[in-house]
Each structure stands twice: as structure tokens, then as C-alpha cells.
Design a protein around this ligand. Structure first.
Ligand code: PLP
Length: 399
């Protein structure tokens, strides 16, 4: 069966002016502050010892911020490695000129994918002897060593060698001549929980298990293998989690995953979500608004129709629960969020006009609304809010 890739692009040859004509700020867009990313990375780096490396996790298009832009500023801030989830994400970074080491955090298991990974200088995450064998054969065929990271499962039950078999399997892996083990790592499942520093917590037990395995495989002192365990939460807990490298996502984007964050850490959100007012209408008291008509105006109401909806990645279950900012004031969103639009009660405002820009996420004056606030209302986590924004929202860089 032949698989044909659906062309999601536009035919710019046929419509040459199309690309230039549309203002990215015509409807709704995401503004990304590169400097904020750089400063966050620099600040987080300062918590690490000098020899500990910083891997910027830029999977899912840089948590919705644009992976290329995030990589550029994270590297400026001191990141020395990048982490992606898929082969395509890695190739995209390579094709945009990124030279730093890139680890694919997801799993590659076919020879074809592993060859592509090798040819693009991307390091795969390896979780089985079978995958090691494929990589070793690829290395042999090219007369080179295939660089990769081994992952061991210490309690996540996702990817990784089983911890009780790892020591024995590692002996075998060491004998493969055409692979270069660049790293050994594991992933924490619960480091953002309140009790993570409690000696009996899942997080501490994972750390102990990881340490025990490292002791048993008895790594040579001079070896170059990078040991890594911590995500953002693990990194912020304490230095016991740092080893040779940390893999940092959410905190680099400006949000601490810990309930109690260090006082001297002032992370700055790098993402703003903005939208244009497409239409304004006045409705009488007792008028229903949006699908299902669940919201009924309790007074004469001025409504702004905003050009953004759940097809842009705003969760529909936030309907009636969020506020939108304009000139340091908050306005409640009302009625169901629709696919492409939502309504906001702007009664009392004379300054908001058709074409005005309102802010859904970010800061406006002294007001701030963050994906953490949306996540609470939407019964999810900020990671999911950030990764849900669709390509339909242009990404615009601001500094
Ligand atoms: C293997 C791995 N390491 C690191 C991270 C970064 O996590 P965080 O965004 O919590 O820093 C992730 C993200 O999910 C991950 O899957």
C-alpha cells in the first residue's frame, strides 16, 4: 500500500501574494518572548553545578512556542543539548541549522527509523537489547559508532529497560563495538508532588533505585557517559537529582511545576496569547448567548466577539470560566466557546473597539493570566494547555 502525505501547505506559486497579504495578527496569534526564554534558562542554569549540562526539552514544537525559536534562545541561555519526542521534530531542528546534540526522547524501533536517526545525527533513546543490536548493525554498516542513550525504567512503566534486568543487559551492551553510549537515563513520574522530598516518596524511591543501578554497573571513572534523571521538578527539588545533566521543559517556558517554588526564582512566561475583537454587539436583558443558549444576559450587555475558539486550542470546557484582559482590566468570557470564536462581556467599556487586541494569556498591566490558571479550571495540567495550541495560530516573536 502506498502512503501519500497530505499536503498541508499552500500553493504559493499559484497564489504568490497570499503569503504577504495576511497579517499574522489578523485574528489570533501567539507571541513568544525569546529573551524571557534565554533569561529563564540562564537562571535555571545558575542552580546547577558548573559541570552539569542543561538539556532544553523542545518537543511538541517547543511546548507550542516554536521549537526552532526556543532552541535558539535556550542555547543562548546556556543549553548544551536539546530533547525532542520524534524523528521528525529532530530532523526539523537539524534542517533549520541546529548543531547541538539532540536526543529523541520517544522510542524508535524500526531499522528504517534508526538509520534516519543516525544519518541526521540524532541520538535515539534505547530501551531493549533488540534496539541495541539494530543500532550496532547500522554503526557497523557505516563503519562508525552509533551514539545513543540507554533508558532504564525506575517507576514510570513507560520506556526503558526493566530495572532488575538492566545490570546484566548492560554487560552485554558494553560488548557492542559499533555503538557509543552517550547517556544513561531515567524519568521521574511524581517529582512535582508535594511530598517529593519525603524519604518514602515515589520520587526518592526512584532516585535510590537509579543510584543503586548506577553503582552496580560500576561505570569507569573516566567514562564520558552522561547520567540524567531530572525534569524541571526534579531539577528544582535539589542537587541530588542533577547528576551530569538535567532535562528541562516547563520551567524554561516560565512556569514552575512545584507548589512551593524557591523564593529567589523568578521565571518569566515566554508565551502570550492574543486575539482581535472581530465584532461588537449590544444585547438586551434575557438574551441567550452561543450554542445551547446556556448563558442568558442578566442585563443589557455589550458583547465582544473574539476570533479564537477550540479549533485554535482553547479548551471548550473553559466556557464561562475564563477572563480576558484589556488595558489592565479583566472581562468575563460568556457562553460556550465555539470552534472559531468566543464572546466576552465588555459592558461598561468604551475603549474596546472592533480591531482591538485582547490578551487571553500573559500579562497586561499588573494582571497576569497563565496556563496554570487555565489548567486548574480545565482540570488538566499546564503542559497540556501549552501543547494544545494549533498551527492555525501564527507564532510571532517579540522581545
Ligand atoms: C523524558 C522527559 N524528560 C524531560 C521532560 C521535561 O519535563 P518538564 O516539562 O516537566 O520539565 C519530559 C517531558 O515530558 C520528558 O518526557
Amino acid at each position: 500500500m502506498q502512503i501519500r502525505q497530505i499536503n498541508q501547505g499552500y500553493n504559493f506559486d499559484k497564489y504568490p501574494t497570499f503569503q504577504q497579504d495576511i497579517d499574522p495578527k489578523q485574528r489570533a496569534w501567539i507571541e513568544v518572548n525569546g529573551k524571557a526564554l534565554e533569561t529563564n534558562v540562564r537562571q535555571l542554569r545558575s542552580k546547577l553545578s558548573k559541570n552539569c549540562q542543561f538539556m532544553a526539552v523542545v518537543k511538541a514544537d517547543g511546548y507550542g512556542h516554536d521549537a526552532k525559536l526556543v532552541s535558539e534562545y535556550a542555547i543562548k541561555g546556556g543549553a548544551s543539548q536539546l530533547g525532542v519526542a520524534t524523528l521528525k521534530e529532530g530532523i526539523k531542528l537539524r534542517s533549520s541549522g541546529v548543531k547541538k546534540p539532540i536526543l529523541i526522547l520517544g522510542n524508535l524501533y524500526t531499522k528504517r527509523d534508526l538509520i534516519i536517526s543516525f544519518k541526521n545525527d540524532l541520538m535515539p533513546t534505547i530501551s531493549s537489547i533488540r534496539e541495541c543490536l539494530i543500532c550496532n548493525n547500522i554503526g557497523k554498516n557505516f563503519g562508525l559508532k552509533f551514539s545513543l542513550h540507554l533508558k532504564v525504567d525506575t517507576g514510570m512503566s513507560r520506556l526503558g529497560f526493566e530495572s532488575d534486568k538492566f545490570v546484566q543487559q548492560f554487560e552485554k551492551i558494553k560488548s557492542f563495538e559499533n555503538i557509543a553510549i552517550e547517556g544513561i537515563y531515567s524519568h521521574l513520574s511524581s517529582a512535582d508532588e508535594d511530598n517529593a522530598l519525603n524519604p518514602q516518596s515515589i520520587t526518592q524511591l526512584q532516585r535510590l533505585k537509579f543510584n543503586e543501578l548506577l553503582k552496580q554497573i560500576n561505570l569507569n571513572r573516566n567514562n564520558e557517559i552522561k547520567i540524567h534523571l531530572a525534569n524541571s521538578a526534579g531539577m528544582l527539588l535539589n542537587k541530588d537529582f542533577h547528576f551530569h545533566m538535567v532535562r528541562v521543559g516547563i520551567s524554561m517556558y516560565g512556569y514552575s511545576p512545584l507548589v512551593k517554588t524557591e523564593k529567589n526564582l523568578s521565571l518569566k512566561p515566554a508565551l502570550f496569547l492574543k486575539v482581535k475583537v472581530a465584532f461588537i454587539r449590544i444585547i438586551d436583558k434575557g438574551v441567550r448567548v452561543s450554542y445551547g443558549g446556556k448563558f442568558v444576559s442578566s442585563r443589557k450587555t455589550k458583547l465582544a466577539v473574539l476570533s479564537i475558539g477550540y479549533a485554535d486550542g482553547v479548551p471548550r470546557n473553559l466556557s464561562g470560566k475564563i477572563k480576558v484582559m484589556f488595558n489592565n482590566k479583566l472581562y468575563p468570557q460568556v457562553g460556550s466557546i465555539t470552534m472559531d470564536q468566543m464572546m466576552v462581556d465588555i459592558t461598561g467599556s468604551n475603549e474596546i473597539k472592533v480591531g482591538s487586541t485582547m490578551v487571553l494569556l500573559g500579562s497586561d498591566g499588573d494582571k497576569t493570566i497563565s496556563p496554570v490558571d487555565w489548567a486548574k479550571e480545565s482540570n488538566t495540567i499546564p503542559w497540556e494547555i501549552l501543547c494544545s495550541f494549533k498551527n492555525r495560530l501564527p507564532r510571532v516573536q517579540v522581545d
